[in-house]
Design a protein around this ligand. Sequence first.
Ligand code: SAH
Length: 365
Amino acid sequence: MTATAGKVNLLDLDRRDLEGLFVALGEKPFRATQIMKWIYHERVTDFAAMTNLSKALRERLAECAEIRPPEVVLDHASRDGSHKWLIRLDSGNSIETVFIPEPDRGTLCVSSQIGCPLDCSFCATAQQGFNRNLTVAEIIGQVWQASRLLGERRNGDRIITNIVLMGMGEPLLNFEAVVKAMDLMQDDLGFGISKRRVTLSTAGVVPALYRLREVAEVSLAVSLHAPDDALRNELVPLNRKYPIAELLAACRHYIANKPHRRITWEYVLLDGVNDSEEQARALAALIEDIPSKVNLIPFNPFPNTRYRRSGPAAIARFQAVLMAHDLTAVTRKTRGDDIAAACGQLAGQVQARGRRLVRIAPFAG
Ligand code: SAH
């Protein structure tokens, strides 16, 4: 998003940053509380309307700051109540955000990068290449806009109860911004979503997983997709850098000494590729000692893909093998497929700047 020159976008700042800003302006840190309520509870973006701040402070803020969420340019509504919003960023780039209502919850699926550098062979986002990381404002701004467009009221029922970082991009390759944005999702003065209901999904950036445990408290979903390194190298090229054994060790560590925590494993079912009974047994053996839930995702096709969705019988068989090993395994219902809002179908518009794995900067967090 293009920031106005010289102005700080307050959506880029978490509570601590805002307190620092007010102190720098010669104000008391509790001004951060007031302004967060305006931004996230009242959804006010105009400083002039913030009547509990002095006129002098409002004018000062208008000079040096702005509250600028990214711009929603399209709202696709699915027959099943899902929404997919196209959000325009700078210079020809856009991202997608998806809302999925279910009887007992409303899940918002948020993007973390413009495109994705990981190049997983079965994912539509990978085809788009990679442009850049999203800013904090662009990540939390997706929640801000969805909440506004869904008509959430401060004292009404919550519409967005869960947030998953499962949209475009690999969140752990945008570590600092993603952690700050998740903090704003969970902060009572932000969106106040309960800790466990914010889930980060990763293809397995192992060093970042160790770091994440230290700085955030979120649920973890891991895109596994294969029970052995040879196949996973092919489907998720990041596996060549962080093979399955290292990934599993990081996952065990992530939930160690955290009762009631478990890992959600995502496993996209590709016909004849990773959906045999033998592969189901191998998967069960891998994760048997880890508190787990397996999300089986029937492959969602996109143009020019070489993969096909597994048939219903193969899906049922795969699930039955996992359950026979006492694993919780659910087959994810495909939602929003009439608007290409399902897993792996998010594309937006990406001005690619290189898509190969070798171009990922080493994790520096
Ligand atoms: N990079 C992160 C976040 C993206 S999450 C990650 O890999 O976890 C998107 C989820 O949808 C991942 O589990 C991904 O593997 C899955 N997915 C990607 N393409 C898909 C497709 N075509 N059909 C079904 N699921 C897909």
